[in-house]
Design a protein around this ligand. Structure first.
Ligand code: CMC
Length: 433
């Protein structure tokens, strides 16, 4: 029997259908609300609003569950590669050996960046933030490869996806090399997706890079954990911009811009800056916890809290373990890790953090790993962006194929001035401050 919710407005009862997902989540379908009642709903920041039905990622914030296409992220982190997880997200199923091989060939074939695009890199100021460069360059790729959407065959679409996954990785490494004033390293067909990235970042004519399989594994896990997170801010940006039927590159570029913010992907950089501030201040986290608790201080403990997780972020648990492996490779210990662990311990016992259900999120430990890999601070959010690409691509694909597709266009409740007449310039009274 169809479930409904009853809504009473001015004494009149309206029945609204209830939609139920495969994991038992329920939503009141208000798609006919304005037509039937003249009213809209108000939900600033959308914490109570479902924007779509999706079969890509399932999260349960109360129980700390995260699954891609039904598979727990911990299993993928243990057994899969980022390449395979990307395939799973985009295509819905794990690949057969042949499918994975074909995907690898496509990633290799499309990994080079058009030589003419290199001039763009040279003209960005050296101090430009790599996220700004990346979002511009992704948009620019479209100009060089205009085939989509004119050709919408499955193979053409797959080429576009591979092109994005592979070129964004190449461009990220290129932007780093340019920022250092060093020679660009080209991708190699002999290396896997993650090993290739590390090689493009760190190989140099004077010091050849030796591939370290533990680092390659850590990067695979890092990117698997970032690969999708259902309707977060940047993914919603990709879907919203994509809903106007712009090309995929423009939609992804919008996602990169949204991710840049310090309350979203920019948090991994902000966490390390905060840990550094704590260390510079003598290493005691207590004043920072006190500031985070103070309602009159806008300061927030970076890497803590999540819109959906009201328990320990399952990704944070896994990344903390990877931290141990990566740090054990270093010949020195990172003092920021000790500060992070102290901060976590104090915060988890603090009544403010307990009452507000604030636990470490993925970004809390991810910066420590990136530092240990030698990734510079301003590239941290770029690392997040490369990891989130398969998620953005699969969410864009799903939204484009959605039979209930609509241009995203929320409404508002206007609270401004009511109608008034235009005042000619000469009759306006000068304001005295
Ligand atoms: N430090 C101190 N207080 C916090 C924090 C924090 N990190 N996060 C939330 N709160 C408090 C907030 O002040 C508010 O308190 P009150 O109800 O007393 O006014 C309450 O918790 C709810 O906050 P909110 O902003 O309504 O909650 P939200 O769900 O919109 O916030 C968040 C989610 C991630 C923006 C927030 O927790 C935050 O700013 N965290 C720090 C930034 C961060 O680590 N971002 C990375 C998120 S995970 C990676 C990703 O997917 O992007």
């Amino acid at each position: 029997m169809e479930q409904t919710a009853k809504l009473i407005i001015d004494g009149k009862t309206y029945e609204l259908p209830i939609i139920e997902g495969t994991e038992g989540e329920r939503a009141i379908d208000i798609s006919a609300l304005r037509r039937d009642t003249g009213l809209i709903t108000m939900d600033p920041g959308y914490p109570n609003t479902g924007s779509c039905e999706s079969s890509i990622t399932f999260m349960d914030g109360e129980r700390g569950i995260l699954r891609y296409r039904g598979i727990p992220v911990a299993q993928l982190a243990e057994h899969s590669s980022f390449r395979e997880t990307s395939y799973l997200l985009i295509n819905g199923e794990l690949p057969t050996p042949d499918e994975l091989n074909h995907f690898s060939v496509m990633l290799n074939d499309h990994s080079l960046v058009h030589e003419d695009m290199q001039h763009f890199f040279q003209n960005f100021p050296r101090r430009a933030h790599p996220m700004g460069i990346l979002s511009s360059m992704v948009n620019a790729v479209r100009v060089f490869y205009p085939e989509i959407p004119e050709d919408t065959s499955q193979e053409a679409i797959n080429i576009t996806f591979s092109r994005l996954l592979s070129k964004v990785r190449t461009m990220a490494a290129m932007s780093y090399k340019y920022s250092k004033g060093h020679q660009v390293v080209y991708p190699s067909h002999r290396l896997s997706y993650c090993a290739n990235f590390l090689n493009m970042m760190f190989d140099s004519p004077v010091k050849p890079y030796e591939i370290d399989e533990d680092m390659v594994r850590a990067l695979n896990v890092f990117w698997i954990l970032h690969a999708d997170h259902e309707q977060n801010c940047s993914t919603s940006a990709v879907r919203l911009v994509g809903s106007a039927r712009v090309n995929l590159y423009a939609a992804i570029s919008a996602g990169i811009c949204a991710l840049w913010g310090k309350f979203h992907g920019g948090a991994n950089q902000a966490v390390v800056e905060m840990l550094q501030d704590i260390q510079d201040g003598g290493g005691d986290p207590a004043p920072f916890i006190a500031r985070a608790r103070d309602r009159n201080d806008p300061f927030r403990l970076m890497g803590f809290g999540h819109r959906v997780y009201k328990t320990y972020d399952p990704r944070a648990r896994i990344i903390k373990q990877v931290c141990d492996t990566v740090l054990s490779k270093l010949t020195y210990s990172d003092p920021l890790l000790d500060i992070a662990m102290q901060l976590e311990e104090v915060a988890l016992k603090d009544p403010y953090f307990i009452d507000h259900h604030l636990y470490p999120n993925l970004d809390f430990y991810s910066g420590i790993i990136l530092r240990a890999m030698g990734i510079p601070l301003n590239m941290f959010t770029v690392m997040f962006a490369i990891g989130r690409l398969p998620g953005w691509i699969s969410q864009w694909k799903e939204s484009v194929e959605d039979p209930h597709w609509k241009v995203h266009r929320p409404r508002q409740i206007y609270q401004g001035k009511t109608e008034r007449d235009y005042v000619p310039m000469g009759e306006r009274v000068t304001k005295v401050s």
